[in-house]
Design a protein around this ligand. Sequence first.
Ligand code: NAD
Ligand code: MN
Length: 483
Amino acid sequence: MNTTDTIGGHLIAGEWSTDGPTAVSDNPARPDDPVGEYVLGDAATAASAVGAAAEALPGWRSTTFVARAAILERAAALLDAAREDLAVLCTLEEGKTIAESRGEAALAAETFRFHAGMAKISTERVFPSPTPGETIRTVRTPLGVVGIITPWNFPLQIPAWKIAPALASGNAVVWKPASNTPLLSVAIARILAEAGVPAGVLNLILGPGSTGAALVADPRVDGVSFTGSVPVGEAIRDTVTARNGRVQLELGGHNPAIVFEDADLDLAVPCLVAGAMGATGQKCTATRRIIAVGDIHDALLERMAEGVTALAVGDGMTDGIGIGPLVSTGAREEVAGALANAISQGASVVAAAADSPDEGCFFPPTLLSGDTSLSIAHDEVFGPISTILRVDSEDDAFSLANATEFGLSSSVFTNDLWRIDRAIHELESGIVKVNAPTTGSELHVPFGGEKSSSAHAPREQGDTAVDFFTRTRSAYIRPGTVR
Ligand code: NAD
Ligand code: MN
């Protein structure tokens, strides 16, 4: 199958279109070798996609769950068959290593398979009734037309997390992916169409943030599921909730990992290096703060420095590369600026990856040490920088871990069951990992954050994913004759 278009287009009502101005999709590892072009949609594009979804909704809503599940199963099989092409395209457009892309492509397919299975599991409930002969039960109806807006950092998996349960539960979708990964998004939409998702049920619109803003502002959109940055998420929330629409937000993080005195550094250090620097630090769950408790600090610092220095930075398509480039020149400027700012505020550079190419959007993974007065100890910098902070007590470790507006993920390294219990109950984050990286999650388990990291909406992934994409209705059914 040809999964790579040279000009990526919109998919609206089953028709592909490349009419209009285009932009370049570049490869952050190879500035002179762009991946292709994509068309730039505007408000009119968003409006026609929403119109197509509204038109397709009644037919899709009344399709049986068996038929919908069969389409998702076919999508999973086609995604599996195209896995290598998708992984290559992911690395070319986003920059992550081919190993990271392959893992992500496999999980995207698995996500469709999981939700095909979930479609067959009843989420209805039955209640006792005080009225003789009466049955009371809930039914689920689809939310309706849903807008799905996704970031570039997991350009295969995050769309799968949202699109699969949305389709499984009978919604019509308009998807606006990030403009750094347009051709990969086109490849995914082509596969879904080939799997049998009917015309208008999945629409893809490409373009800048303003295209997404137009989608969100359309009153025909019943709900929006968004993953991305805090300011964009907050603007979407305000727009959608003002018309009583439903909104799901997965936003930033500033994830801590606490390393207690009894931690096994042979286990902790690889988890911390991978958690902080994997995917070039461009994960919402990346380890941004490493909190060393007491005397373990010096040994941890030394071992972390070795681990970070040894990371191989380069083109993600090259064998043996552990860390690809940042996604864009803009991202590189931002991360470089944040590092310069941290140094000017008194942070010390403990270690940086030894060689990092000059051409392209490469940035050496960097380990800092400092204190909580640093901006980088509070603000999310979306790149491979992590800061080691020292505290003297367990109480201080927990309060520092929680001293952030965010609450996505956190981890603790210890064998002390009391501390582990405390971590699970007191760390204010939607995900708590024990002796494991802050990054990574299982697609059959609910995922999401607390505090400013998420909206207070049903969790993505797992069996809760469908809660966002459906409404619950309570039905009271009595016999139609007098007895
Ligand atoms: P972003 O907010 O810049 O863009 C995300 C998407 O929103 C893109 O498709 C973009 O085109 C669109 N968009 C931009 N402006 C818009 C507007 N005004 N209205 C509607 N849509 C608009 O984020 P990004 O740079 O693509 O992704 C990085 C961010 O995502 C980081 O902050 C990261 O923490 C976050 N993230 C969070 C999670 C999570 O699960 N919590 C997962 C991955 C990434
Ligand atoms: Mn790109």
